[in-house]
Design a protein around this ligand. Structure first.
Ligand code: AMP
Length: 432
């Protein structure tokens, strides 16, 4: 993939109408209050630049996974329809009505209005909220804009065609601007109307956030300072096979922790008790190990573990070596010897990419492995890139976030980037 893309600084946007795709997919509590506005804060430099250039700025984003509530009829998704289909006939109508009521509730729950309010707090009241994405309200408010003003459109996923990358919707969005700026790295791996389709109709460049992501991660993959170490954890091997395969051609060492380690342990004839495992991936795990050997990549898997009786935060636990996990116990974190081994390997790295926790880090008793790795990465002095919600959260919680070179704003997108896949939201931008 070509990472050398034009940014907002590479074209003349002064005084123009700009439509910018941001990632305002912020977490909210049950009342709809924003619980973490980091994504809004991260979008501010690009927004401020456009305002300072006297642009008319139209912002758009998705939030959550709502139904197509602005279409005249509400369409239930496949999963809901399948669930209703399984019910006895007498119950189906009531279940359908309930699902439609819920969908109507989504209008409020997934509205970007709270984001508009928060933006106004940061930007001093220059943001107007449009109650639809490309409908009458949006059109009227965009038409009435003056230079240096902002209109935030309602959730793009409220509008039919967004996720199908419908050209008609892309055209309507494109009509709001002379230039398209994509700054939503978190959705750059999706080919949606507001992330990629729109670029068919306008000159397209990236904002500061995407520019930072692709520069840092692109450099790490293309021209890494060595030794280059990848640390991968999380629940499943299957999610990360592509990433591991791509990295095996680039890195000097791969460190595996978390639930996925048990598939590798089983593939190398260890007993793993009741640990999470993907039995259909044992051959893949063996192929990966063989490729690592052929490529001279050190491949570290846990030598000891914290095992629990069951998948429960309060379950009794003990430390056990990887060659002796007994029946009826499951690995829920890496053990102290492994923590030391991993930390020693990480200190002295030139570049580190870390994605995924070393254990069930949401639970205090099984968080030590992830914490140890976060600390080692922070203190390594390496160029450090952290992706994925759990690893980023661990770094943040422990106060190591500012010691990392880069914490990616996109979990899925950063994995696909590292995997070497072309991200539609980036591929569609003008080359430098
Ligand atoms: P992922 O989304 O693939 O990065 O996986 C993150 C999830 O993996 C977290 O929710 C962890 O609780 C889970 N996880 C990590 N280690 C284990 C383990 N040993 N057993 C079960 N789940 C795990």
């Amino acid at each position: 993939m070509n990472y050398n893309k034009k940014s907002i600084e590479d074209i003349d946007i002064a005084g123009k109408r700009v439509i910018a795709r941001c990632d305002f997919n912020v977490p909210q509590d049950k009342s709809g209050a924003i619980t973490d506005d980091n994504r809004i804060v991260q979008a501010l430099p690009t927004i401020k630049y456009m305002v300072e250039k006297g642009c008319k700025v139209v912002l758009c984003s998705h939030l959550g996974k709502p139904h197509n509530v602005f279409d005249k009829e509400i369409k239930l998704n496949k999963k809901e329809l399948a669930a209703i289909e399984k019910l006895p006939e007498a119950e189906r109508q009531a279940a359908t009505d309930a699902a439609i009521e819920k969908a109507k509730g989504d209008v409020k729950k997934f509205s970007l209005k709270p984001v508009a309010d928060r933006l106004n707090e940061y930007l001093g009241g220059i943001v107007t909220f449009a109650t639809d994405t490309v409908g009458e309200d949006a059109q009227a408010k965009v038409a009435a804009m003056k230079a240096g003003e902002i209109v935030l459109l309602e959730n793009t996923r409220f509008t039919k065609g967004e996720e199908k990358n419908d050209p008609e919707l892309a055209k309507k969005l494109a009509a709001f601007g002379d230039v398209f700026v994509n700054d939503a790295f978190g959705t750059a791996h999706r080919a949606h109307a507001s992330t990629a389709g729109i670029a068919d109709y306008l000159p397209a460049v990236c904002g500061y956030l995407i520019q930072k992501e692709i520069t840092i991660m692109g450099n790490a993959l293309e021209n890494p300072k060595r030794p280059f170490i990848a640390i991968l954890g999380g629940a499943k091997v299957s999610d990360k096979i592509g990433v591991i395969n791509n990295l095996l051609d680039k890195v000097d060492m791969i460190i595996i922790g978390g639930g996925m380690a048990y598939t590798f342990l089983k593939a190398t004839n260890h007993t793993i008790g009741t640990s999470i495992v993907e039995d259909d991936k044992l051959d893949v795990a063996r192929e990966i190990l063989a490729k690592a050997k052929a490529n001279n990549v050190d491949f570290l898997i846990p030598v000891d573990n914290i095992v629990g009786r069951k998948y429960d935060p309060e379950t009794p636990y003990m430390r056990i070596y990887s060659d002796a996990i007994p029946d009826g116990w499951m690995g829920l974190d890496i053990g102290p010897t492994t923590r030391e081994l991993f930390a020693k390997s990480i200190i002295g790295a030139g570049t580190v990419i870390w994605n995924g926790p070393m254990g069930v880090s949401e639970w205090e008793n099984f968080a030590a492995g992830t914490q140890a790795v976060a600390q080692a990465v922070a203190e390594s002095g390496a160029i450090s890139i952290v992706g994925g919600g759990d690893s980023a959260a661990a770094a943040q919680k422990l106060g190591f976030a500012d010691k990392m070179t880069h914490i990616s704003t996109g979990g899925g997108a950063s994995l696909e980037f590292i995997e070497g896949k072309e991200l539609p939201g980036i591929a569609c931008l003008l080359d430098k």
